[in-house]
Design a protein around this ligand. Structure first.
Ligand code: SF4
Length: 363
């Protein structure tokens, strides 16, 4: 579920989000309730879910009072599975003790905190609306409240050195997080920094290579290209994407994938509200993947994970012809980029570092 509200816009961000009034948030929650009701009518029953991910934007910009409203509407609109993983994305500046309290009382057991850095200079350069002290406090509170906590950290920032990168990653571990997502700063088209890129950014490769080495030493598993966790603490929701599971996205700008059909909701608050007012699904894009494209995408997604492709399962799902074709493309990758073991093919650590260059050969 996409909650597209932020305190202000970060100069590198290409997600759909904006600064909303409380009234706009209230109306948005009403619209989400209608969208869920439309899905219920289409399914003929309450949609069943195993994982729930409330992302943004900055969902914790929503005040606790509105979170209570959101939770009660979700309780009435979804059929929650027994082993639900419930994640909320949070930002250190807006995650309050009241948020933690109501999350804990409800179905939320995991927090993904968009820290990005624990260095004050880097945070102010990124225009993040909080400082190191608030970031530390937010993580400490979340961990001691009993949530599984993930933090997002960025590398390739202006003035960032390997020493500073080490300090941020080591501090996250010292605070007790069980999951880290690390990303290189990217300058997306259509963002202020995409149009006018900052100069002097360091090469991200050594930062990524270092974090692979360091986190493994600390007992973390790199279970996906950007994701590291303690054993068993992976994000089940994201694994559903990488394993080609069905995902229903709700809200403005949310994406869904259902049995080979990919579709996206309109990326605008007002168009989303207009559509919902007519009781129509706010879908702006849809694409039916043919069998071969489905197989190729599934191969790329599986290779993102440490489990890679199980040849036997892949043949069963996509047929021998596509599997052979894809495996022969993968066979052309440099040998040091692959690990082939027990009927599985996966990327090596080196392969993950150059993965973006490899995907083009499969897609
Ligand atoms: S807080 Fe996150 S979603 Fe909001 S503008 Fe910044 S990067 Fe984008």
């Amino acid at each position: 579920m996409h909650l597209p509200f932020c305190v202000r816009k970060c100069p590198y961000c290409s997600f759909y989000s904006f600064r909303a009034s409380e009234e706009e948030m209230v109306l948005y929650l009403d619209a989400l309730e209608v969208e869920l009701a439309i899905w219920k009518d289409l399914c003929g029953r309450l949609p069943g879910v195993n994982t729930l991910y409330l992302g943004g934007g900055t969902p914790t910009v929503l005040p606790p009072r509105l979170w209570e409203r959101l939770m009660s509407l979700l309780d009435g609109a979804l059929d929650f599975g027994p082993c639900l993983e419930g994640t909320v994305e949070a930002n250190p500046g807006s995650l309050s003790p009241d948020h933690l309290h109501i999350f804990k009382e409800w179905r939320i057991n995991r927090l993904s905190v968009g820290v990005q850095s624990f260095d004050d200079h880097e945070l102010s350069w990124l225009a993040r609306p909080y400082d190191r002290h608030q970031a530390i406090e937010a993580i400490e509170r979340s961990v001691s409240a009993g949530f599984a906590v993930s933090v997002d950290l960025l590398f390739g920032l202006y003035g960032q050195t390997l020493r500073k990168w080490h300090e941020s990653v080591a501090l996250a571990l010292a605070l007790g997080v069980s999951h880290l997502s690390t990303y290189q700063l990217t300058l997306e088209p259509g963002t202020p920094w995409g149009s006018s890129p900052p100069e002097g950014l360091p090469d991200g490769y050594p930062f990524y290579r270092w974090v692979q080495w360091y986190l493994e030493k600390k007992g973390f598993i790199q279970y996906e290209i950007a994701s590291f966790s303690l054993p068993g603490k992976w994000c089940c929701h994201n694994l559903a994407y990488w394993h080609g599971g069905n995902v229903l996205g709700l809200g403005a700008g949310a994406w869904s994938y259902l049995e080979g059909l990919r579709f996206g909701n309109v990326n605008s608050y007002s168009s989303y509200m207009d559509s919902i007012a007519k009781r129509a699904l706010p879908i702006a894009f849809r694409e039916r993947l043919d069998d071969e494209k489905r197989a190729r995408e599934a191969a790329v997604l599986a290779l993102r994970t440490c489990w890679g492709i199980s040849t036997r399962n892949f043949v069963r799902k996509y047929g021998l012809d596509y599997t052979s074709k894809i495996l022969s493309l993968i066979g052309n990758f440099p040998e040091e980029c692959l690990v082939v073991r027990k009927g599985r093919v996966a990327l090596s650590k080196k392969g993950r570092r150059v993965a973006n260059a490899l995907w083009a050969d499969i897609i």
